[in-house]
Design a binder for this molecule. Structure first.
Ligand code: G4P
Ligand code: NA
Ligand code: NA
Length: 190
């Protein structure tokens, strides 16, 4: 997606060898017009997949996932990271280890919002090691629902997430794929 790549080139900031900061349009301030374009792009990629729900993880996945759900005319469900006060019996839960933050968290979705009839499109802002997407896919499977695919706004292709998810059989569509990051350049995959 050329418009997204242009935005990353002009407003993205590289932190260290493997972190791209995009607080100006995605992770802190949000560009709603860009989010609408991202949603339309995911809609055109997945419009024939029979999607009944979009699933993301709070908080930064919500903006692009909402625009996708709006375009597909289906509900958005966001998985929660904090432990809920609700009884655990009511939740589908998976553990997710963040290599970026070096911490394990629990990701959960209420059983109320996923059923075996659902075909779920998973959307997230970043794909790094794939732990968040894998946890969401695990929740979909526990619910007896199916995964239509995984839509990623920014993939860091030099990290192992894409390979992990495609080897597990999931369709992964990333709107910007970064091959390399360095202090003075952001290189995209061809
Ligand atoms: P993984 O899911 O691919 O394994 O990634 P990981 O756990 O390592 O990522 C932890 C958090 O850091 C996630 O956000 C993820 O979106 C984000 N992240 C990973 N790499 C980058 C990067 O290069 N740049 C930016 N800006 N974020 C990155 P989170 O903890 O879920 O936070 P939130 O923003 O959704 O609240
Ligand atoms: Na995220
Ligand atoms: Na994030």
């Amino acid at each position: 997606m050329e418009k997204l790549k242009a935005k990353i080139r002009t407003e993205g900031r590289v932190l260290g060898p493997d972190v791209l900061k995009v607080d100006a349009f995605l992770n802190h301030q949000v560009d709603p017009v860009l989010m609408a374009d991202i949603g339309e792009t995911f809609v055109s990629l997945f419009k024939d997949a029979g999607v009944t729900k979009v699933l993301t993880l709070e908080s930064s996945g919500i903006a692009p996932a909402l625009m996708t759900a709006l375009g597909l005319r289906v509900p958005l469900v966001f998985a929660k990271k904090r432990k809920s006060l609700t009884l655990k019996d009511d939740l589908w839960t998976e553990r997710s280890f963040s290599f970026t933050k070096q911490e394990e968290s629990e990701v959960s979705v209420s059983k109320q919002f996923l059923s075996p009839a659902d075909v779920v499109l998973i959307v997230d802002d970043f794909l790094a090691n794939g732990q968040a997407a894998q946890a969401m896919a695990g929740i979909v499977r526990k619910a007896g629902a199916s995964v239509a695919g995984i839509g990623i706004v920014i993939e860091k292709s030099f990290q192992p997430g894409r390979r992990l998810l495609t080897e597990a059989g999931y369709r992964v569509e990333s709107l910007a794929r970064i091959a390399r990051l360095s202090e003075d350049s952001i290189e995209f995959e061809e």
